[in-house]
Design a protein around this ligand. Structure first.
Ligand code: C5P
Ligand code: MG
Length: 191
């Protein structure tokens, strides 16, 4: 299997780019944020639980997120691999992911981080709010909190995979096409 983690702060373009990567590499796109939003849209117990945290820009408890992710991976036993977007969000989730994949005789192939300046991120998310309908995109206070959580808990996930020589950073600044081409180049060099 080829399992890629598309990494980076909120608003760095993970979802946008993942949609392009799945087309080219025929991998399954798994966005934990999208999965939560689907559950919230249907007012499921999982959605209601997630909403308590997402509405504040906090992380949903690990057991909830890891359980949901595990179910999702199990749904596609024939997949050629996954592009994970928005997961793992902390070291605990990284360790849980490694375990889930090793149980499938697989592993993370590579983490690719999109590097984007902080003010650019805030502007992108506020712009996205005009069409995303996401309440956590429309409020600058919530956006700033999401960025704080990223810095305090998520950024270290890069180091976790770097220790295994599996982390790479590319610029996430510029046009969507430019960033896609950087990703293609990077992924082609791994595969
Ligand atoms: O990944 P995305 O930015 O779409 O996630 C939206 C929100 O979902 C996050 O701000 C966070 O509240 C929650 N989330 C989480 N744990 C994850 C992914 C998303 O708590 N692994
Ligand atoms: Mg996203």
């Amino acid at each position: 299997m080829i399992n890629l983690i598309l990494f980076g702060p909120p608003g760095s373009g993970k979802g946008t780019q993942a949609a392009r990567l799945v087309e080219k590499y025929k991998l399954m796109h798994v966005s934990t944020g999208d999965l939560f939003r689907y559950e919230m849209g249907n007012d499921t117990p999982l959605g209601l639980k997630a909403k308590e945290y997402i509405s504040k820009g906090e992380l949903v408890p690990d057991e909830v997120t890891v359980g949901m992710l595990s179910n999702k991976l199990d749904m596609y036993p024939e997949a050629k691999g996954f592009i994970l977007d928005g997961f793992p969000r902390n070291v605990f989730q990284s360790e849980a992911l490694d375990k889930l994949l090793s149980d499938k005789n697989s592993a993370v192939t590579q983490l690719i981080a999109l590097d984007v300046e902080e003010e650019e991120i805030v502007q992108r998310i506020l712009k996205r709010a005009e069409t995303s309908g996401r309440k956590d995109d429309a409020d600058e206070g919530i956006i700033r909190n999401r960025i704080e959580v990223y810095k305090n808990e998520t950024a270290i996930v890069f180091d976790y995979y770097e220790k295994a020589n599996k982390a790479k950073r590319i610029s996430g600044m510029g046009s969507i096409d430019e960033i896609t081409n950087r990703l293609f180049e990077e992924i082609d060099s791994i595969l």
